[in-house]
Ligand binder design. Structure first.
Ligand SMILES: Nc1nc2c(ncn2[C@@H]2O[C@H](COP(=O)(O)OP(=O)(O)OP(=O)(O)O)[C@@H](O)[C@H]2O)c(=O)[nH]1
Length: 304
C-alpha cells in the first residue's frame, strides 16, 4: 500500500471534518471561512497556521474568482503542503551515517529503529544498531528482537550503564565493521525534565565527538525526534523542548494510522522548519514510509 492510501485510512477524522465543509459548501460565504479555520484548528494544526492558511486561501479565491467550496479543495491541499520543509539530506540514504532517535516514552523509537534497520539491511547496507536505552531492560530485549529479525548486530550494555559510553562503543563497533548506517535508540524521556534532557545532550555530544574521529573521516550524526502523532498539540511542545536542548535535524511522525488528526505534523514542521524524514502508518516492518508533503495533504483534505 502506498503512502497516500495508508494515510487516507488513518487521517479519517480530519478528512471527514473537511469533507463536511466542502461537500455542503456551495457558494463560499463568510461562514465557510470561519468553518474552515475552526476545522483546521481542531485538526491539530494550531491557531497560527490555521489562520494563515485560511487567509491565504481567501486571497487566492478572490484573485482567481473561485466562488464555490469544491473549487478550493485542491488549492487547500497545495497551500497546506507549502508548510513542509524539503530535507536537504536523507540520513537513511546517506553513507556513512549515524542517527540518534530521541523522544518521549512510547513514541515509537524502538519500533522505528527496527523498521529502518530491516529496510536498510534488505537494501544491502551494513547496519549496526545501538541500544543507549540503558534504563529499561525490556527496551534492550525489544531491540534485540528487532536486530534478530533484521539480521543486524545490536550493541548493548547492562541496564544502568552510562548511555553516552554505550554510544561510544557503538561507534567503535561501527568502525570495526565499516558500517554504512548506525542507528541508536535512546531512552524515552519527558521533555519537561531538565535533568533527563541534560543527560541526552551529553549522549548527543559524546556521539558527535566520537563520530568526528572516525578513521575513514567524520561520520555525520543526525538527531531525529520521534513523535506519536496522536499526542496532538503536545507534540509541538515536545519538539520545541527537544530542539532547544539538542538541535534536532528532523522528525519522524508515528501512528498516523490511528486516531491522529495529522495536523500536528504540519504544526511541527512549519514552526521548527524541520523536515519529516519518515512516517509510521502501522506496527509492521513495511509500515514506515518516506514522507511526501503532497500525498499527506491530499489525504488530509480528501483529494483523490
Ligand atoms: N499503530 C502504530 N503503532 C506504532 C507505530 N510505531 C510504533 N507503534 C507502537 O507503539 C508502541 C510503542 O513503541 P516503542 O517503539 O516501544 O516506543 P519507544 O518510543 O521505543 O518507547 P520507550 O522505549 O518507552 O521510550 C508499540 O506498541 C509499537 O508497536 C505506528 O506507526 N503505528
Amino acid at each position: 500500500m502506498g503512502l497516500f492510501d495508508a494515510l487516507s485510512r488513518g487521517l479519517k477524522r480530519s478528512r471527514e471534518a473537511l469533507n463536511e465543509i466542502f461537500y455542503f459548501g456551495g457558494e463560499v460565504t463568510e461562514d465557510f471561512w470561519e468553518d474552515l479555520e475552526d476545522t483546521l484548528v481542531m485538526g491539530d494544526m494550531g491557531a497560527e497556521i490555521s489562520m494563515q492558511v485560511t487567509d491565504d486561501l481567501r486571497d487566492l479565491a478572490a484573485r482567481q474568482n473561485l466562488k464555490t467550496a469544491p473549487q478550493l479543495r485542491a488549492a487547500l491541499a497545495d497551500r497546506l503542503a507549502e508548510n513542509f520543509v524539503k530535507p536537504e539530506h536523507d540520513p537513511f540514504d546517506e553513507t556513512p551515517s549515524c542517527v540518534l532517535f530521541v523522544g518521549i516514552n512510547g513514541a515509537g523509537k524502538t519500533t522505528t529503529v527496527g523498521k529502518i534497520a530491516c529496510a536498510a539491511h534488505e537494501a544491502g547496507k551494513n547496519v549496526v544498531i545501538g541500544s543507549a536505552d540503558t534504563f529499561r531492560a525490556a527496551a534492550i530485549e525489544q531491540l534485540d528482537v528487532w536486530g534478530q529479525r533484521a539480521g543486524v548486530p545490536v550493541v548493548k550494555r547492562d541496564r544502568g550503564s552510562d548511555p553516552a559510553s554505550v554510544c561510544y562503543d557503538v561507534l567503535d563497533e561501527a568502525e570495526r565493521q565499516t558500517s554504512d548506517l548506525v542507528l541508536i535508540d535512546t531512552a524515552g524521556r519527558l521533555h519537561t525534565s531538565p535533568e533527563l534532557m541534560r543527560e541526552l545532550a551529553k549522549v548527543v555530544n559524546v556521539t558527535r565527538k566520537r563520530a568526528s574521529k572516525c578513521r575513514a573521516g567524520a561520520m555525520p550524526v543526525y538527531v531525529v525526534l520521534v513523535i506519536d502523532a496522536a499526542t496532538g498539540q503536545n507534540g509541538l511542545n515536545q519538539a520545541l523542548e527537544f530542539n532547544d536542548a539538542l538541535g534536532l535535524d528532523g522528525i519522524i511522525m508515528t501512528k498516523l494510522d490511528g486516531t491522529a488528526k495529522g495536523g500536528i505534523a504540519m504544526a511541527v514542521a512549519s514552526k521548527l522548519k524541520l523536515p519529516i524524514y519518515r512516517v509510521g502508518v502501522g506496527e509492521h516492518i513495511e509500515d514506515l514510509q518516506p514522507f511526501d508533503a503532497h500525498d499527506f495533504c491530499r489525504a488530509l483534505v480528501g483529494e483523490e
